[in-house]
Design a protein around this ligand. Structure first.
Ligand SMILES: [Zn+2]
Ligand SMILES: [Zn+2]
Length: 276
């Protein structure tokens, strides 16, 4: 798929559980600021609203200067700071996966025309069928829900995956693909569907992945499988460089560092990675 390309991209890690700076809060979760050709996209919103806001302040990033927010998936360690952002920027575009916690509409199959023989006090809404049944959400406003690959800004795409893994079965997730002249920068929140599947889905936008950033979800994965995934990313998927964080796991950091060598980019909280 040809298309627009971004000429300059800078990634700053706002939330993670490891890092070099004592001035920043370490927390189990993920958030990264992605700045591309003057646009500022926030990918994920951290694990704790206060720690998240404190890191923004320490890094001197103004919440009100964001252009768009992407929430990768429903887990609290990626969503907790969203309320903070919506308070500062009530109208900011927010993209989220088409998943129940982000929805304001109850699925039609949940409410069907009633059984007339039931007494009124056993009928939903006393038997008076409503035109629409709203669905509660913590976010107090409608988000833009995405269930397929979509270009949201020139050269910046969201890819939608669904997990087939036990523990996160059927959970939809969004990853980010920033298309540059040297290939794609792929940012994952947790990669619950499997990080190789994220790279495969990203290849539909751009076949070359120059940098894979974020959570590779290897926290509960055995050593042998971590080894296989790391080798597969390098040899089969031809990922040029990795900047793993969050749920990649310490064993994952160790193995990926050995396999990628000087193409392993350290991405602790507060780190900034600039790519032309
Ligand atoms: Zn996570
Ligand atoms: Zn998760």
């Amino acid at each position: 798929m040809a298309g627009e390309r971004v000429t300059n991209c800078k990634l700053t890690i706002i939330c993670d559980a490891f890092g070099k700076s004592d001035a920043l809060q370490k927390d189990w979760g993920f958030s990264a600021l992605v700045e591309c050709d003057g646009r500022r996209l926030l990918f994920d919103c951290g694990n704790d609203a206060d720690k998240f806001a404190a890191n923004f302040e320490s890094l001197k990033i103004d919440l009100t200067e964001l252009d768009v927010v992407v929430v990768s998936h429903r887990h609290g360690d990626h969503t907790a700071g969203l309320a903070q952002i919506l308070q500062a920027r009530p109208d900011i575009p927010v993209y989220a996966p088409a998943d129940e916690p982000f929805s304001t509409t109850t699925p039609p199959k949940f409410y069907r025309p009633g059984v007339a023989s039931l007494p009124k006090h056993m009928r939903y809404f006393d038997g008076a069928e409503p035109d629409a049944v709203g669905h509660g959400t913590a976010w107090k406003r409608k988000l833009t829900l995405i269930n397929e690959t979509k270009e949201i800004l020139p050269g910046i795409h969201l890819i939608a995956t669904v997990s087939e893994t036990k523990g996160s079965l059927e959970m939809p997730e969004l990853s980010l693909v920033v298309n540059t002249n040297e290939g794609a920068i792929v940012v994952t929140g947790c990669a619950h569907c499997g990080v190789e599947n994220v790279v495969e889905a990203a290849a539909a936008v751009e076949s070359r992945t120059r940098l894979l950033v974020g959570g590779f979800h290897l926290v509960t994965t055995g050593e042998a499988e971590i080894e296989r995934v790391a080798a597969s990313l390098r040899e089969h998927w031809k990922v040029t460089a990795v900047a793993p964080g969050h749920c990649t796991s310490e064993q994952g950091f160790l193995t990926l560092q050995r396999i990628f060598g000087d193409r392993y980019i350290y991405a602790g909280v507060g780190e900034a990675i600039s790519l032309p």
